[in-house]
Design a protein around this ligand. Structure first.
Ligand code: ZN
Length: 167
C-alpha cells in the first residue's frame, strides 16, 4: 500500500511506499526538501459523503404550494363583471303585452256631461276609467277650456280631463 500525499510546496501529488513514511525526500517536481507523512490520502476509493436532498424539493412542500396556487385562482374565475354582462333581458311577455295596443287619449269635457241639468261628469269619467282598466291607464291630466254658454250668453271657462291610456 502506498502513501499518497501532496507536496506542501508545489502541490504535486506523490506516491510513496508505506515503508518510507516519516523519511525525508526531495520533491521530484520542485526539489523541495519534504517529509513523507505517516498517514496520507490512502488509495482506498472512498466516496465523499452524499449531501442530503434539499428540503424544499420534498413532495409535501410542492403539493402545498400547488394548493395555494389553485386557491388563488378561484376569485379570478368568478369575476362579478361576467354576471353583469349576462344580464337577463326583459321577459318576452312584457313586450307582447304592449305590442297590440297603442297609446291613446280621451278628453272628457265637463260641459259635455251635463244631461238634463244633472252633472254627470264624475259618473262619465268613472265609467270610462272602468272601461280602460287600471292596467292600461297611463296618466290623467286636468284641462281647462273656454266655451260659449247659450244659457247665460257668455263665454265661460270650464274644465275637463285628458286621459292617456293603452287601447
Ligand atoms: Zn514539490
Amino acid at each position: 500500500m502506498d502513501i499518497v500525499f501532496n507536496c506542501p510546496n508545489c502541490d504535486q501529488e506523490l506516491a510513496v511506499d508505506q515503508s518510507g513514511a516519516g523519511t525525508q525526500i526531495d520533491c521530484p517536481a520542485c526539489g523541495e526538501h519534504i517529509t513523507i507523512p505517516s498517514t496520507g490520502k490512502v488509495t482506498t476509493n472512498s466516496l465523499p459523503p452524499v449531501p442530503p436532498p434539499p428540503v424544499a424539493a420534498s413532495p409535501i412542500a410542492s403539493s402545498a404550494a400547488a394548493k395555494v396556487e389553485l386557491h388563488l385562482k378561484v376569485p379570478v374565475r368568478d369575476k362579478p363583471a361576467e354576471s353583469l354582462i349576462n344580464k337577463p333581458k326583459p321577459p318576452l311577455e312584457v313586450v307582447q303585452k304592449g305590442a297590440g295596443k297603442r297609446i291613446r287619449t280621451r278628453t272628457i269635457r265637463h260641459a259635455a256631461c251635463i244631461e238634463s241639468g244633472h252633472d254627470k261628469f264624475d259618473e262619465k269619467v268613472s265609467e270610462f276609467l272602468q272601461e280602460v282598466g287600471e292596467g292600461n291607464l297611463v296618466s290623467i291630466h286636468v284641462v281647462n277650456y273656454e266655451h260659449f254658454d247659450v244659457g247665460i250668453q257668455k263665454i265661460v271657462t270650464d274644465y275637463g280631463v285628458l286621459i292617456v291610456y293603452r287601447g
